[in-house]
Design a protein around this ligand. Sequence first.
Ligand code: NAD
Ligand code: GLY
Length: 350
Amino acid sequence: MKTVTVSASKTYDIVIGSGVLKNVGQSIQALGRAEKVCIVSDSTVYPLYGEALRSDLEKAGFEVEVFVFPAGEASKIGETFLALLNFLAEKKLTRSDLIVALGGGVVGDLAGFAAASFLRGIRFVQVPTTLLAAVDSSVGGKTAIDLPAGKNLAGAFCQPSLVLCDTDTLLSLPGDIFRDGCAEVIKYGVLYDPKLFSHLEEKGLSFDREAVITRCVELKRDVVAQDEFDTGLRMKLNLGHTIGHGVEAMSCFSLSHGKAVAIGIAMIARATAKFGMLSGPDCRRILAVLDAFGLPTHTEYEADALYAYTLSDKKRAGSTVKLIVPRTIGQCDILPVPVEELKNWIQAGL
Ligand code: NAD
Ligand code: GLY
């Protein structure tokens, strides 16, 4: 079992390993003050892990409430958010009480935003059960819901009080959803860590889960410590996301986030290589590792349409788009590109 400590506006531990969920009650007790805990989960995850979590929390002396919503991105919306706030009010949670988010990124983002908003902020604990949530969304305090105008358009920066990542929960993940998280893991290798990248090349899908999740979380911890509010360095975590979000939106979200990010990483690698800023061999290694993990590296969408969707991304600043471009395996730059040039990059990446 490993513990990584994040030092941002709040200091908190991320505990990673097999069997972490067996001690949830004690771990949450150690946070102090709370009498009530509200478990927030989805209709797939709660039946798998919810009752064991509930009984462990009750054994530790907490009064437990449970809020479960239908699984999937379609639930990460204002209606579910308001229903959760009303539920917390009805159950009379106070500012010293806690939310426990049990699930993937959808549960974590929604429950985190509710925690940030209810009574102007109560504490929450992330219990990620997807690989994506373990390596990315449960860490760093970005919480959000989707609006009809786009994904993650309403939210708050709000750090959790604790993250408990039980690697055993990943065993029940469908392979396809596990692979979505692998796109984010590959992203960390390309961004910061040649050794992690080589481990992924060597081991493929049978990589060492505890070690790899811990490494990704350490890398994210370092970024969040330097740029919690996403004004500079943290933008690098969007490698593959600028074009990826365009592909994801064009598919009307029928393509998963992980697969869209994989396509985005592949396209930016091809374009950067074509413009002479990434070597051919490094570009081929990036494409090969995505392929080895069963992730897509091409899209059938055309450059014009993709350009229009990519431009609607909220990370655009005025007339410039900041692209994250790989320079070697383990090092990427933030490259401001005039909006008019973005289409050339997309074309070069196809
Ligand atoms: P998800 O939460 O929808 O989970 C995917 C599916 O897997 C769901 O159907 C869920 O019920 C199921 N599932 C979860 N854990 C399971 C388990 N252990 N066994 C079996 N099934 C399980 O999706 P996700 O990929 O985890 O997260 C995607 C979301 O995360 C998006 O909304 C994205 O915007 C958000 N996100 C947020 C951040 C951030 O920093 N806050 C970062 C990246 C992504
Ligand atoms: N997932 C990107 C970030 O946390 O900044």
